[in-house]
Design a protein. Structure first.
Lengths: 323, 399
């Protein structure tokens, strides 16, 4: 039976209204909003990559001045477009109606990054201070992200900020590019993660662009958890400290997840926390190392998995008790 | 037939519809409230991320249970030469247990689509399938063995898809049918290579039209998701079975066609035309009948066709192709956006707030997953400046 007929039977709808609903269902236009935006975005990506290679191959014939000139003009034009169409700054979320606005501003930022990299490579304007050469555009990106309310540029700024400290934080490269067996990387990562999480918390309290919180914490939580886990795996005598830090972080992000209703962070804290707990449990078992410990290990996995499943089923009740 | 609480499923449908109407001001708040009152939907409905967690940890739990169980019982029940017999018994025990808990939890706790039920269902099927595979493992070396396996698996897959309305199982079911079809045609002999593409097209077309006809029948309203899966696969397989690259490579692979330099496969022109026009036809009919699924298939397949032609008619300048493709996409998308700012022929650029759209719900995640700025700066030894790289998608090159 049709839903409208069913509701007429229940006496919730009358005949006219049902007719109107059925008409509206039939005549409703199909929205291709996200499809077109995706094509546009992919187009920009392809265009930029193709152009990048073209410029690289023809650098001898075009000449540096021309390339720098063209990139600067394109970059300036993008920012000019952004600034004349910009809405006044607000601490809340600012939404732009024009579908192109986000992309033009993003293009401007990407071009600026390319420009700085190019100038640095060609003329060494920042000398050997590579960190500054990265920090400078990153700072501009962060500013731009706030001015134009742009989460994509915020991500750019955060990755740039972390890169200037010497670590890769993009999800795809977090594990691949960083050598977490070095303590320097671990400590740098912890500082970067803590700065990001702390800054997000601060802006949250001050009520500045609260919707940026997800982006900040998505980076911060992954950096922090992975760095702390690496610390736990590396260190003998510090392991206990790292374990406690992870426990604290799990607690922090569980509360964050509940407060923001952002359950990605609940999943992240449980998974990272479970890895830490299991690793610690098994290192203890190996140190004890008798015949029973293998059996005990299997029992632990069965019991702990069941525990996690139960936690996910009853997390509302469990976490409310904690509060 | 359906394991889940049917009243719950119907109520979910009613509430979903009425919520859309409410957001479009077609019904008022009082009506919405009485719908929610009359059609309660109280069940354990975890957030998507928690669902992922439940799914993963249920799988871990089942594997760990299997490990523990084997450790305890293996030494007792297994003789030297009965590994297969033991495995069959364990698989049946675990498969049965998974089905039992799945059924019982759905009954007791009114579970529906919360991650645990999916994990139990997939584990149950895996256990049953490995029991089957262990019992006929002697025949598994040839094509007949595979055919036999598919024939035995198919009823289980159909039963599971029907009883648990599961889309992943539906995918495997369709793949299983296609595999059986392929192996049966291969049995014909030499003619197989000529009829294979057309047979696959015919089967896909049959799937498509049957599904299209059944889609809006009220008796099978709960299977809409599964039918959509079958429809998408049918659309894609129909295209793939006539795609020039697939025809050429599979002729070489399965039918030992020897192609010399400059030689082409028989009827090459037809397959070129097919590769070029089928996606465009999909796009046309998809837009005309307001069929989102078909539009998506069309967009995906246009890209596939472009790559296919690029593969055989490459000019040797990928960067030029990239740039031109990028410009074309930007221009097309921009022109379409401008054109569709107001509704045209039932198509609009305006965002539909009620739509369940993968691109929309995952837009944020996609942005995050982008590898925008990738490489870290070298801390001490910085011979190579990575600055050109933090353009990310913009410039993949070090200048």
């Amino acid at each position: 039976m049709n839903v409208t007929d069913q509701l007429i039977n229940d006496g919730i709808l009358d005949q006219d209204q049902a007719q109107r609903i059925n008409d509206s269902e039939r005549d409703k236009p199909m929205s291709v909003h996200w499809e077109l935006k995706t094509i546009l975005y992919l187009g920009i990506l392809l265009f930029m990559s193709g152009l990048g290679i073209l410029v690289y191959q023809n650098i001898d014939t075009i000449g540096h001045t021309v390339i720098i000139g063209v990139i600067s003009i394109a970059c300036a034009a993008s920012f000019y477009y952004g600034f004349i169409r910009r809405k006044p700054y607000s601490n809340g979320e600012v939404k732009y109606d024009s579908p192109l606005f986000d992309y033009v501003v993003l293009l401007g930022c990407l071009l600026f990054g390319v420009l700085i990299g190019y100038i640095q490579y060609q003329y060494m304007v920042f000398g050997t201070h590579y960190g500054i050469a990265t920090l400078f555009p990153a700072a501009l990106f962060l500013g731009t992200a706030y001015v134009f309310d742009h989460k994509g540029i915020l991500s750019l700024g955060i990755t740039g900020f972390a890169a200037s400290a010497g670590i890769s934080v993009t999800p795809m490269h977090l594990l691949k590019n960083n050598d977490f067996s070095s303590n320097d990387i671990i400590w740098t990562s912890i500082v970067v993660g803590a700065v990001l999480a702390g800054f997000s918390k601060l802006t949250d309290i001050k009520d500045v662009k609260k919707h940026f919180g997800f982006t900040y914490n998505n980076f911060a939580s992954n950096i922090l958890f992975i760095a702390l886990l690496a610390g736990l795996f590396n260190e003998g005598y510090m392991a206990f400290v790292y374990f406690l830090l992870i426990a604290g972080l799990v607690f922090y992000y569980m509360r964050y997840a509940i407060a923001e209703k952002s359950f990605l962070f609940l999943l992240l804290s449980v998974v990272y926390g479970y890895i830490a707990l299991t690793y610690s449990f098994f290192s203890l078992l190996i140190q004890i190392g008798n015949e029973l410990s293998f059996m005990l290990g299997l029992f632990y996995i069965v019991a702990s998995c069941a525990g996690v499943v139960l936690f996910f089923i009853y997390y509302k009740r469990i976490l409310r008790i904690k509060k | 037939m359906i394991a889940y609480n049917k009243i719950l499923l119907s109520n979910l449908l009613v509430v979903k519809k009425t919520k859309q109407w409410f957001s479009r001001d077609l019904i008022n708040g009082a009506q919405m409230a009485s719908v929610l009152n009359k059609y309660p939907i109280e069940y354990f409905k975890p957030n998507i991320f928690i669902k992922v967690g439940l799914f993963l940890f249920t799988l871990f739990l089942i594997s760990a249970g299997l490990g523990l169980f084997s450790l305890v019982t293996m030494s007792i029940f297994m003789n030297d030469n009965s590994f297969e017999g033991y495995s069959i018994v364990v698989s049946i025990v675990f498969g049965g247990a998974c089905v039992f808990f799945l059924e019982k939890f759905i009954q007791w706790r009114n579970w529906y689509s919360n991650g645990i039920d999916d994990a139990l269902l997939y584990s149950a099927l895996s256990f049953i399938f490995s029991a089957v595979a262990f019992s006929i493992s002697n025949n598994l070396n040839d094509e007949d063995g595979l055919l036999l396996l598919c024939f035995i698996y198919l009823p289980f897959l159909i039963a599971a898809a029907v009883r648990y309305i599961d889309r992943v199982v539906t995918i495997f079911m369709v793949v299983c049918i296609y595999t059986i079809f392929f192996l049966l045609i291969m049995k014909i002999g030499d003619v197989a290579k000529f009829i294979m593409p057309f047979a696959f097209m015919a089967l896909s077309a049959a799937f498509y039209f049957i599904v299209k006809k059944q889609m809006y029948l009220p008796q099978i309203i709960h299977y809409k998701g599964c039918l959509k899966v079958i429809k998408s696969i049918a659309l894609i397989v129909f295209y793939v079975s006539g795609n020039y690259y697939v025809i050429r490579e599979s002729s070489v692979e399965f039918f030992h066609l020897d192609l010399n330099e400059g030689q082409d496969i028989p009827m090459a022109l037809i397959f070129y035309a097919f590769t070029a026009f089928v996606p465009l036809l999909y796009l046309f009919f998809g837009l005309r009948s307001k069929d989102k699924l078909m539009v998506w298939a069309a967009l995906l397949l246009i890209a596939v066709s472009a790559i296919t032609f690029k593969y055989y008619f490459s000019l040797g300048h990928p960067e030029v192709s990239l740039t031109i493709a990028g410009i074309m996409m930007i221009v097309l998308a921009y022109a379409s956006i401008k054109y569709l700012i107001n509704d045209k022929n039932g198509i609009t650029f305006k965002d539909d707030p009620n739509e369940d759209n993968f691109l929309k719900t995952n837009a944020e995640a996609l942005v995050i997953a982008q590898s925008f700025g990738t490489h870290a700066q070298p801390i001490d030894t910085g011979v190579e400046m990575g600055g050109g790289q933090f353009g990310g998608g913009g410039s993949g090159d070090k200048f």
